[in-house]
Write a protein that binds this ligand. Sequence first.
Ligand code: UDP
Ligand code: GLC
Ligand code: MN
Length: 328
Amino acid sequence: MFFAVTDQAFVTLATDDVYCQGALVLGQSLRNHRTSRKLTVLITPEVSSGIRSVLSSVFDEVIEVDVLDSADSVHLALMQRPELGVTFTKLRCWTLTHYSKCVFMDADTLVLCNVDELFDWEEFSAAPDSGWPDCFNSGVFVFRPSLDTYNLLLQFAAEHGSFDGGDQGLLNSFFSNWARADIGKHLPFLYNLSSSSLYTYVPAFNHFGRDAKVVHFLGATKPWNYKYNLQTKRVMQDDTASGSFHQLPFLGLWWNIYSASILPLLEKLQKMEDSDEVACSVSELSIQSKPAKPIPEDERRKWEEGRMDYMGKDAFEHIKKKLDAFLH
Ligand code: UDP
Ligand code: GLC
Ligand code: MN
């Protein structure tokens, strides 16, 4: 017997058509594993109307929100991910007050089995970050939508900013007692298995990896950036991706879902729009992310050398002003 739970949802975010490809595969993987919860995707005005219509065939709700950008190039440079300022838009998920409880999942995650039991956890539950285990990774978390919490988060962002320039730094400072207060709010790592490999990772992966429930392709290279051969159904790995050998089965799974379930939807759209944007007839496919906004060369060098202009343009006052402008 299948009971739909209508006041709880899985939520993801995609601010452009490329991240939407990830959101589509995530949504489809949740459907394949017969989730009983609603599926919601938050998008921003940049997402094209064609992709919106494809999203609405996988998700129950496609909700447009405005971008929230930390505009904090200073801290983002520490992660070498200048594009992640827009992850502040994730905070908008607390406005989904027509749900009593939600699970947020990054658009670069993929579920490997039914994970509806995640709704048994309470706000704020998340799994440890593999880079800094006293922090949680904000790619998968359980939360309760609330305008009060949302406003407190915005206020906190305006007052304190984020130590990584993205949502993860902010959320870790906001829910700062996560590490110690209640072990019941630590999701098992199997619900957010990061595909990054540290030297301690491979043996643990070999031992526990087969029980993974959600894989998170975190890092600058996403599954959609790999080349996939539609005939051989194989992901083509170049030498630069060496060291991520154990990722291959997961990448293959991502591309299987993409080619079996998402490409046909895009092909239908292509026929309707008569555009040739998605070249489905080719045998090899890969989706390139938008090039990151270039950082002017001498600015980048100054950052890399740790020479920030704290008294001038990089002063906290300026960063705060920018944040205030975005957040109000
Ligand atoms: N995201 C987005 N547009 C962007 C960057 C990020 O929509 O330009 C969303 C998307 O849901 C993505 C999440 O924010 O999965 C976090 O970014 P990402 O997964 O790239 O960060 P990582 O997990 O690699 O640190
Ligand atoms: C992290 C998380 C991601 C988050 C980003 C920015 O590595 O995986 O979900 O959006 O950092 O804070
Ligand atoms: Mn991610």
